[in-house]
Design a binder for this molecule. Structure first.
Ligand code: C5P
Length: 313
């Protein structure tokens, strides 16, 4: 039986607005999610014994149930036991290129790749919607990772509306290697500090969702207005992460001092990205900021915005 190699791209948040609490304990969000060309490779190989193995070339990535890729395979095995009985277990090998605990959905995109890979391996023929429903059971941004591209995400982050592709823009990203921000910490701290501003009434919730659909960043994207997209980048979680981590603020300011379209922390951080007109400019900004901050703990990447989610390698 054949194996599958999948490309699993990272994402950045061009927009992240926290609207309120949800009955399920999560936050009601309005986000614009964007795939980028920085990607992991995920290999899915059938094995004789009825079990799930995960291995990864990055020491910080666990190979047990705490790994989202493992959880994706376990969910598929639970949902389709006859497929597992017919085809056997699976060995998942992750070639990790996306920084870990960075706000770039690295774990989520690996899980999305496992769902897509097992659908192929087990010849299930699941629809995009069925894959997204399974994905939402494992994590809020995994449904987006399957199809990728540029999308408005509401609800917990799993209700997706595709927007136009922005794949001619580039991005430079930087992260302190030793710094990781816990996503639950970021949301919990936000709730403690800003919970009194949360929208509570159902009709107000609906009008806030509408406001984002017809709002500035979405129309800037639909018009592919690069300058405006750069100006309208937004992330509410910066309000808790930047005061707590001054080095992240310093990095953001260093990017902002360059002639970039815009700069922002991605997701719950601590990765900071800057949008640039070209790959060449992204490389130049990386070099300048690397020299300016001269911190050996800082890693830089450049990438293109991408219109694809999980694809075959
Ligand atoms: O869904 P996921 O497991 O990726 O979420 C990680 C954490 O982020 C959740 O446990 C929760 O603390 C927070 N979160 C949230 N509201 C969302 C998405 C995530 O509060 N819509």
């Amino acid at each position: 039986m054949r194996s599958y190699s999948l490309i699993a791209p990272a994402k950045i948040n061009l927009y992240l607005e926290i609207i309120g609490d949800r009955p399920d304990g999560y936050h009601e969000l309005a986000m614009v999610l964007q795939s980028i060309s920085l990607a992991d490779k995920v290999d899915i190989r059938p094995i004789e014994i009825d079990t799930i193995f995960v291995q990864c070339n990055h020491a910080a990535v666990p190979n047990d149930q705490t790994n989202l890729a493992y959880r994706a395979a376990a969910l598929m095995a639970q949902q389709f036991p006859e497929a597992m009985a017919q085809y056997g277990g699976v060995e998942i090998t992750i070639d990790k290129q996306i920084p870990v605990a960075a706000g770039l959905a690295g774990g989520s995109t690996d899980a999305a790749a496992v769902l897509v890979g097992l659908d192929l391996l087990w010849k299930l023929g699941l629809t995009q919607g069925e894959l997204e429903d399974l994905a939402a059971q494992i994590g809020s941004d995994i449904p987006f990772c399957i199809k990728g591209g540029t999308a408005l995400a509401t609800g917990r982050g799993e209700v997706l509306s595709p927007l136009v592709n922005l794949d001619n823009l580039s991005v430079v990203l930087a992260k302190y290697r030793s710094l990781a921000i816990s996503t639950p910490w970021a949301y919990k701290t936000y709730r403690t500090q800003f919970g009194d501003t949360y929208v509570r009434k159902a009709e107000d919730l609906q009008s806030r969702r509408q406001r984002v659909h017809s709002g500035g960043i979405v129309s800037a994207i639909m018009q592919r207005d690069r300058a405006k997209i750069g100006q309208l980048l937004h992330n509410d979680l910066e309000k808790v992460a930047l005061p707590e981590y001054p080095e992240v603020l310093q990095l953001r300011e260093a990017f902002a001092s360059q002639n970039v379209l815009g700069t922002m922390m991605s997701g719950s951080g601590p990765t900071v990205f800057a949008l640039t007109e070209s790959e060449r400019q992204a490389l130049e900004v990386a070099e300048t900021v690397r020299n300016q901050l001269a911190n050996p703990d800082l890693d830089f990447w450049t990438a293109q915005l991408s219109s694809t989610g999980i694809t075959l390698a």
